[in-house]
Design a protein around this ligand. Structure first.
Ligand SMILES: Nc1nc2[nH]cc(C(=O)O)c2c(=O)[nH]1
Ligand code: SF4
Ligand SMILES: [Mg+2]
Length: 255
């Protein structure tokens, strides 16, 4: 059970991923995925993940030296080089300075740092009445009720078998957020059969809450996935999202 917001324990620093110049990965971009695609957002990327997706585009948040997780890139990363700590006030200052109408907390898996994420969300919401806070999560860690109340949108991305994770992570991600009204689902798909798997796994969930997203870390791979998934997605009434930032900027940090 995560700690409650009125706990008197001090809040630990946030653990963040590192950008290309060694600073904390906080940046301004267009939201590239899902219902908010194209909107200006400030992104804050937290370090650490409890899953190990083979095709993950941020392996520098978890694929540490000395582990034997399999990833399409063979590169392993040093936590001392790829992880940096930042106090809540400093993180908030940097986010406010980028002056976007919304903030995306992503990772890695942000809900591995539940107290820090709750405190950061509440602090961001305190800066302006109309600022939006959205969290990208793999869904395996249940959100605290206070966090559900504080955030505008959870974008939950439960992982299919092709991610290389244990099969249970798919249903875990769905069940942890099925009843969370401000949660939508985004499934990475490579093939038509992935869309069928999603439709079976999301039975009982309004298809308007479900987004199918092509797997790919470059335009060619995205197009290849899209060719295989588009018709099946349309047939089932799911939403389709591209990965706009990959097309605009490539697979780069801080974009
Ligand atoms: N522009 C942009 N949009 C994104 N949407 C989700 C992202 C993520 O890494 O979680 C992401 C990202 O890294 N960049
Ligand atoms: S859950 Fe997300 S951050 Fe974690 S390994 Fe998978 S794709 Fe990467
Ligand atoms: Mg990304």
């Amino acid at each position: 059970m995560p700690a409650t917001s009125n706990s008197t324990r001090p809040i630990a620093d946030l653990k963040l991923a590192v950008d290309d110049v060694g600073g904390p990965e906080i940046f301004r971009s267009f939201q590239g995925e899902g219902p908010m695609q194209g909107r200006v957002r400030t992104f804050i990327r937290l370090s650490g993940c409890n899953l190990h997706c083979r095709w993950c585009d941020t392996p520098y948040t978890w694929n540490w030296q000395g582990t034997n997780y399999r990833h399409v890139d063979s590169e392993k990363f040093a936590p001392a080089k790829e992880m940096t700590k930042l106090g809540l006030a400093e993180a908030l200052d940097r986010i406010v300075a980028l002056n976007a109408p919304g903030v995306v907390i992503t990772g890695g898996e942000p809900l591995m740092q539940p107290r820090q994420v709750l405190a950061l969300t509440q602090a961001i919401k305190g800066t302006r009445a109309d600022i939006s806070v959205e969290i990208e999560t793999n869904g395996t860690l249940a959100p605290h009720p206070d966090l559900i109340e504080a955030v505008d949108l959870f974008m939950v991305s439960p992982k299919l078998r092709h991610s290389g994770n244990d099969p249970e992570v798919l249903s875990l991600g769905i069940e942890n957020f099925r009843e969370v009204k401000n949660a939508q689902f985004k499934f990475v798909a490579k093939r038509q059969t992935d869309v069928i798997t999603v439709s079976q796994a999301t039975r009982g969930i309004d298809s308007r809450r479900v987004w199918i997203m092509p797997e790919g870390r470059n335009a060619r791979a995205l197009n290849n996935s899209l060719r295989k998934i588009t018709r099946a997605t349309l047939r089932r009434g799911f939403n389709l999202t591209d990965r706009q930032h990959i097309r605009l900027f490539g697979d780069k940090r801080s974009t």
